[in-house]
Ligand binder design. Structure first.
Ligand SMILES: NC(=O)C1=CN([C@@H]2O[C@H](COP(=O)(O)OP(=O)(O)OC[C@H]3O[C@@H](n4cnc5c(N)ncnc54)[C@H](OP(=O)(O)O)[C@@H]3O)[C@@H](O)[C@H]2O)C=CC1
Ligand SMILES: O=C1OC[C@@H](O)[C@H](O)[C@H]1O
Length: 334
């Protein structure tokens, strides 16, 4: 029986998610419906992607009995509101990153999922990639000795994109792309809460972060360094440095296809898309979709690859970074 998806939002990432699912067996994944604030946009999206149903409201999606899980592909600023709508309607939810605008909103989502006994996952799609699975395997067997330092960079010049720069749209580097660097560090250090966080950043006139650097300390003298920017182009790679060698995830580290372990390079190619995509390596969204399917088939309420407790910690780390660099959203006082 195929996992039946409902898409919330008919925008860019929903397009890519739909195309990525077409690279999986149709007997395993079906997109049953797309919902948009605009019925016309939903209908156009449904026609383009061969989706049988289109709704002009999220509420209609929330009350649709024939879907197994909702994919939330709207702006960060909407994740909390629409996430609660679907969770309270008893729907399983895969919500795009960042989970929400701050840790209080994330805790609300987690509490609603537990209260309604439904599956919830933050769509940190990176963790479902074969490269990240191999990194976790190598770390488990201490392939590079004791890990002492981790570095992760993500720079993507996108000052021309309204949602990247407007505070009311949840703009800034941290929530949009810094989240990938920080999740990688937490993955390497197995979800351990950092002992200290030191951040420095520069802000746009809109009050959101343009570029940020962060140093994090962990137990046993382990440290991490992250840099992310929505103006500068960075190498976008991640390096794990141990006492006996190194593991390098080549850029784009958030959707990687190349791993270098002690100078030995291995490729993990992605399937080609059947329709144009908006973002790099988006057919890799298939991996998180399959992870969700497997979790649902096992009756799990969260994914072991991105546990809800780790999503809370990730957002708490981002809250602290925002506090240090001086980015405040309206959602922080609601
Ligand atoms: N995993 C990944 O690689 C990526 C993840 N993302 C994440 O996906 C989310 C959406 O990003 P993206 O697809 O680029 O965004 P889009 O600009 O394409 O907007 C997505 C949807 O959000 C809703 N929306 C857009 N603008 C507004 C607004 N001003 N007010 C209210 N709703 C609005 C619309 O939904 P509707 O159709 O209902 O009107 C729109 O279709 C973000 O949270 C982002 O972090 C984005 C890119 C890559
Ligand atoms: O998740 C993402 O990955 C690529 C970026 O360009 C995009 O803005 C971000 O949402």
């Amino acid at each position: 029986m195929a996992t039946r998806w409902g898409l919330c939002g008919a925008g860019k990432i929903s397009n890519d998610f739909s195309v990525a699912l077409k690279t999986l067996p149709p007997g395993d994944h079906q997109i049953a419906v797309v919902a948009s604030r605009s019925l016309e946009r939903a209908q156009e999206f449904a026609k383009r992607h061969g989706i049988p149903k289109a709704y002009g409201s999220y509420e209609e999606l929330a009350s649709d009995p024939d879907i197994d899980i909702v994919y939330v592909g709207v702006l960060h600023t909407q994740h909390w509101k629409v996430g609660l709508l679907f969770l309270k309607a008893g729907k399983n939810v895969l919500c795009e990153k960042p989970f929400a605008m701050n840790s209080r909103q994330v805790q609300d989502l987690v509490a609603a999922a537990k209260r309604n006994d439904v599956f919830l996952m933050e769509a940190i799609w990176s963790r479902c990639f074969p490269v990240h699975a191999e990194v976790r395997r190598l770390l488990a067997e201490e392939a590079v000795g004791e890990v002492k330092l981790v570095k992760a960079y993500f720079g993507s010049p996108q000052l021309h994109i309204p949602r990247s720069v407007a505070k009311e749209l949840g703009g800034g580097a941290l929530l949009d792309i810094g989240v990938y660097c920080l999740q990688f560090v937490l993955m390497v250090f197995r979800g351990e809460r950092p002992l200290s966080i030191q951040a420095s950043g520069v802000l746009l006139d809109s009050g959101v972060d343009e570029s940020v650097v962060v140093a994090l300390k962990f137990s046993r003298n382990r440290i991490a360094f992250c840099a992310f920017s929505i103006s500068a182009r960075l190498p976008n790679d991640a390096v794990i440095c141990g006492t006996k060698g190194s593991i390098k995830v080549l850029g784009p580290m958030h959707c990687p296809t190349t791993l270098v372990v002690n100078d030995k390079e291995t490729e993990y190619p992605l399937p080609e898309p059947s329709l144009p995509m908006n973002f790099t390596n988006s057919t890799g969204l298939r991996y998180e979709a399959e992870e969700v399917r497997q979790c649902l088939l096992k009756g799990l309420k969260e994914s072991p690859l991105m546990p809800l407790a780790e999503s809370v910690l990730l957002t708490e780390v981002m809250d602290e970074i925002r506090k240090q660099v001086g980015v405040v959203f309206s959602q922080d006082s609601q």
